[in-house]
Ligand binder design. Structure first.
Ligand code: 6R9
Length: 645
């Protein structure tokens, strides 16, 4: 795709858009010249108990301190629920739930959601949960997941969601790190016709989690599960016993709202901490602008609430804006690969937001399953999670959107709280494969390896030079690591870990991670995490993990494994190691290839040269580059000869 393939703004979208090109230009200008004035006004999009008078107080140097709206007071659940009831929208559907089974669905109105949230909030209070306490959520994609989040917010408890696909070990380490006192889970989850044993996993994890005092269990599939006397309670029994109103806790804008663990370049996942005021403003602002959301529309984000996209764009953003948000329990290819479009037609979805990996998987099935369904209700299409290749972009645009719907390719991260770089449907012409332009109030830049800011059309490391309200505030329990991880590589600037290119029109093209993080089907995975899982196996002496190109998943996991002396590399052992990593981390970390490596390419100082391992995994063995600094260059020849294809 060339830099000048432009997909023009659609006049019919621009005619009624929330933000036109002129309006966007004015916002960009205002946010840059008078950030306090601009964000003071935008803050009014959420409900405050005390309106903030101090707006921005941020410093990217030294210890790093980020505060927005710091004297304001609010409760996130009030912005998402109570004020919609006060505005007479209590009977509007808040959550449209579509089950894994195409015959299962439900509608929850704002009034019903409010009542459910209040009951669970009261139940948590009755279990002794107080403001500032951490509550872990390990739930499938059922309405109770959103209820759990908002119930925590209501009483000022900090939720930490762990994706249902994570293993007992991964769940345990996250509970331990933030010392959660209560766990919210279900008997089982459903996905693609299969059951996920959540309660059994939780029981396994809790053997090493002394901080957990109580477990609330949703009866979801109805299967028999062990209930530990004194610790475990049924969610419905605990909730039914409580009144349907609950006084919301008064929270300072800078009080924590949630923690979400994410992979970095070191072994241990980081507890990304978001606070209340700035995050809520950002969730509402970006959801409205980027999706050009109009009242009454049906909005569907296909993410899981276990990831940040589910937090901001299934729950907090759409509910703050009074939208009807569709929550989908299933997967794109069950019962068949027309499922997404069948759901779009069934619920008359207007805005659809998914990941490139899903688009590529559906693309492989051809146009048939798409064209079988009308999709007439669709107005805006979105993409998130990884770079979308122009071929997939164009298929999404032509086949799914019938060239009618603008595509918003939204670049952001767990750390950024919400979208930072994206087209606005009525304001920015698109280029297939480009996230286009920053939102008002977002200041990206490119720097070279020495931190020198690069101008004009060029490529480099993507940094953000000033704060925005939705930015993470700290790493839970380790502020020094926060400053070190994000602000020390290029002092005074937030480093994203991504590389990017800016073209002659000033459009941004994200090229992917420049650190040891790989992106597997839109899920972030630290190579160090997979390596430590592998070396924890008694037969493994050493392991090095890199990303390799993968047609559907974007990147796959390629592992080089050195066995302890005397162990034989057999097919049975390969299978055992794959199963081992799935058990240690979860199915999302399943290695796609394991290569037996009698030795790894190391420098004389003992550093593994990953650049070479990446090239071998990608089958780019004729461009290995300089291998002269290796302690033993013969190792490379051996690895190239025995590459796993
Ligand atoms: C929201 C989310 C963040 C990493 C990020 C980048 C990649 C996300 C992208 C994209 C290119 C996009 N990424 N969106 N790359 N274009 N539109 O995915 O958060 O799970 O923290 O991952 O995902 O590499 O740094 P998270």
């Amino acid at each position: 795709m060339t830099d000048d393939t432009l997909i023009a703004i659609k006049p019919e979208i621009a005619a009624t858009a929330r933000v036109t090109a002129e309006r966007r230009a004015a916002m960009v200008q205002a946010a840059a010249s008078d950030p306090d004035g601009f964000w003071r006004q935008e803050a009014s999009r959420i409900a405050w108990m005390k309106t903030p008078t101090k707006i921005k107080n941020t410093d990217f140097t030294g210890d790093v301190s980020i505060k927005w709206f710091e004297d304001g007071e609010l409760n996130a659940s009030v912005s998402c629920l109570d004020r919609h009831l006060e505005a007479g929208r209590g009977d509007q559907v808040a959550i449209l739930w579509e089950g894994d089974d195409p015959n299962a669905d439900s509608k929850t109105t704002y009034a019903e959601l409010h009542a459910q949230v209040c009951r669970v909030a009261n139940a948590l209070r009755a279990l002794g949960v107080k403001k500032g306490d951490r509550v872990c959520i390990y739930l499938p994609m059922i309405v109770e997941a959103a209820v759990a989040m908002l119930a925590c917010a209501r009483i000022g408890a900090v939720h930490s969601i762990v994706f249902g696909g994570f293993s007992p070990d991964s769940l345990a380490s996250r509970i331990q790190d933030s010392e959660c006192s209560v766990l919210l889970t279900a008997d089982e989850g459903r996905r693609g016709g299969r059951k996920v044993p959540l309660k059994a996993n939780a029981d396994e994890a809790l053997k090493t989690c002394p901080s957990i005092r109580h477990v609330l269990v949703v009866r979801n599939t109805g299967t028999q599960v062990a209930m530990q006397e004194g610790r475990d309670l049924w969610w419905h029994e605990a909730a039914e016993a409580q009144p349907a109103t609950c006084e919301p806790e008064r929270m300072n804008a800078e009080d924590p709202l949630f923690i979400l663990y994410t992979s970095g370049s070191t072994g241990k996942p980081k507890g990304v901490l978001h606070t209340t005021g700035g995050y809520m403003v950002w969730a509402s602002f970006t959801h409205e602008l980027v999706f050009d959301y109009r009242p009454g529309e049906i909005y569907w984000c296909t993410a899981d609430v276990g990831w940040v996209t589910g937090h901001t764009y299934i729950v907090y953003g759409p509910l703050a804006n009074g939208a009807t948000t569709l929550m989908f329990e299933g997967v794109p290819n069950y019962p068949d690969s027309g499922r997404m479009w069948q759901v779009v037609d069934k619920h008359q979805v207007n805005i659809f937001y998914t990941a490139p990996t899903a688009i590529r998987a559906l693309m492989r099935e051809g146009e048939g399953p798409v064209k079988k369904h009308s999709r007439k209700s669709l107005r805006v299409l979105g993409s998130v999670g990884e770079p979308i290749n122009p071929e997939a972009w164009l298929w999404y645009y032509r086949v799914v959107g019938d060239e009618r719907c603008p595509i918003v390719d939204t670049w952001w991260q767990t750390e950024t709280g919400g979208i930072l770089i994206s087209p606005l449907p009525g304001a920015v012409a698109q280029k297939p494969g480009s996230a286009t332009l920053p939102l008002p109030g977002v200041f990206p830049a490119l720097v070279d390896g020495d931190g020198k800011v690069l101008e004009g059309a060029t490529e480099g490391n993507l940094v953000i030079t000033d704060s925005w309200p939705g930015q993470m505030r700290s790493i839970y329990g380790d502020h020094a690591r926060f400053a070190q991880t994000y602000f020390s590589t290029f002092p005074g600037k937030y480093f994203t870990g991504d590389g990017a290119r800016r073209d002659a029109d000033g459009y941004w093209w994200i090229t992917g991670r420049v650190d040891d993080v790989i992106n597997v089907a839109g899920h972030r995975m630290g190579t160090a995490e997979v390596e430590s899982a592998l070396v924890a196996h008694p037969k493994v002496a050493e392991a090095a993990v890199v990303g390799m190109p993968h047609d559907i998943k974007g990147q796959g996991i390629y592992a080089y494994v050195t066995l302890v002396a005397g162990e034989e590399p057999t097919e049975a052992l390969r299978k055992e190691l794959v199963a081992w990593v799935r058990k240690e981390i979860g199915p999302i970390a399943t290695p796609d290839a394991i290569q037996w490596a009698p030795g790894l390419p190391k420098t004389r100082s003992g550093k593994i040269m990953r650049r070479i391992l990446r090239k071998i995994a990608a089958n780019e063995t004729d461009s290995l580059g300089d291998t002269s600094t290796l302690a033993d260059p013969a190792v490379v020849t051996e690895l190239v000869e025995n590459r796993v294809s």
